[in-house]
Ligand binder design. Structure first.
Ligand code: ADP
Ligand code: MG
Length: 330
């Protein structure tokens, strides 16, 4: 399999902050890879190094078999970074055709606009767009050069649900042409729904690497729930396979590594009332993988570079994983 990019034991420090610690990561050509992690996990740093915007302190970063700068200069990479640049007073069409003209093998400007879903905005002034439209213009600019690799750093952070859906449709259409896409997100659903493969970053290292399914399997969790019907939760934590107990209203929810054994034990105890057995969501998997305690350490996958230390960083405005984790552990 051809590789688009490769990180080898990459370390990056900012003063006292170790942003990346021995990051090993390959991106296959044609793959759509999600870099999933909380704020401060090292996603933007990874992307900056990949684009040659910054250099690693340790290890090396290769892009299309050479140094990143060479691939970027050759027009093989398009990017949408977290900070939006101010847009000039040009029209959408002028802006996209200008950017396209700086690349050796650009897309026709109309095709870039169609891909971004803003075909009807060609004559609009770029500084008069709504937030969602401006984000789609940035996408059109990122694909205007016809890049083989498209890099998107939290591309939907400022978008509403509808704009988000439309954005991912555009991204998948571009990936569907055989291009490679790397995007970062802290939305688990986005990673699960739009990537072939998910790499979970935590404190500058990889804590999981695989499909959404594989990550859930690696964590091995299934949720077994039943009606307590006023009964006690005593002894439930000690049942076979049970990793954690949570009480939601009058239902007990057991996170289990062996749902068959857990269900059999519940049946033997006469507790099978309104029983449901469901796979844990990717969010459950993510919480387990990035939990900085002994429970999380056991669940790390083979791709793990070792146990994390220290407290987690902030989580931003998204559904707060730390909070759900506390609920799950209660
Ligand atoms: N230019 C910088 N100067 C100082 N610290 C930085 C700089 N860039 C990133 N960091 C720190 O490095 C860590 C990783 O940051 P970043 O890669 O932006 O994470 P993410 O994109 O996953 O939120 C954070 O602790 C962040 O504060
Ligand atoms: Mg970032």
């Amino acid at each position: 399999m051809t590789e688009a990019a490769r990180f080898r034991a990459v370390g990056k420090r900012f003063g006292a902050v170790q942003a990346l610690r021995g990051l090993d990561l390959g991106i296959a050509a044609g793959e759509t890879l999600a870099l999933l992690g909380r704020n401060g996990a090292g996603k933007s740093t990874t992307i900056a190094l990949l684009l040659g915007l910054d250099r690693p302190d340790d290890g090396e970063v290769e892009l299309f078999g050479g140094v990143p700068e060479a691939a970027v200069r050759a027009g093989r990479v398009g990017a949408m970074l977290q900070e939006g640049q101010p847009v000039p007073r040009a029209t959408v069409k002028e802006l996209v055709s200008f950017v396209a003209s700086t690349y050796p093998r650009p897309l026709p400007w109309r095709e870039a606009l169609e891909l971004a879903g803003i075909g009807e905005l060609a004559e609009r002034r770029a500084d008069r767009l709504s937030g969602g439209q401006a984000q789609r213009l940035r996408f059109a600019l990122a694909v205007a050069g016809g890049p083989e690799l498209l890099v998107l750093d939290e591309p939907t952070a400022a978008l509403d649900v509808e704009a988000r859906r439309a954005f991912w449709r555009s991204m998948r259409a571009y990936a569907g042409r055989g291009n490679t896409v790397l995007f970062s997100t802290h939305y688990l659903e986005e990673a699960d729904g739009n990537a072939d493969r998910i790499v979970v970053l935590d404190q500058g290292r990889t804590v999981a690497d695989g499909t959404g399914e594989a990550i859930k399997r690696a964590v091995g969790a299934t949720l077994v729930a039943f009606d307590l019907a006023g009964g006690s939760t005593r002894g439930l934590r000690g049942l076979p396979g049970v990793l954690a107990l949570e009480v939601r209203g009058d239902r007990a929810v057991l996170r289990s590594s062996d749902s068959d054994a857990t269900v059999l034990a519940l049946a033997a105890a006469g507790l099978v009332r309104g029983l449901s057995v469901t796979p844990a969501s990717l969010e459950d998997a993510f919480l387990t993988l990035t939990a900085h305690d002994s429970a999380g350490a056991d669940a790390r996958t083979d791709a793990s570079a070792g146990a994390g230390t220290g407290a987690g960083t902030g989580t931003g405005a998204t559904p707060d994983p730390a909070q759900s984790y506390e609920e799950a552990a209660r």
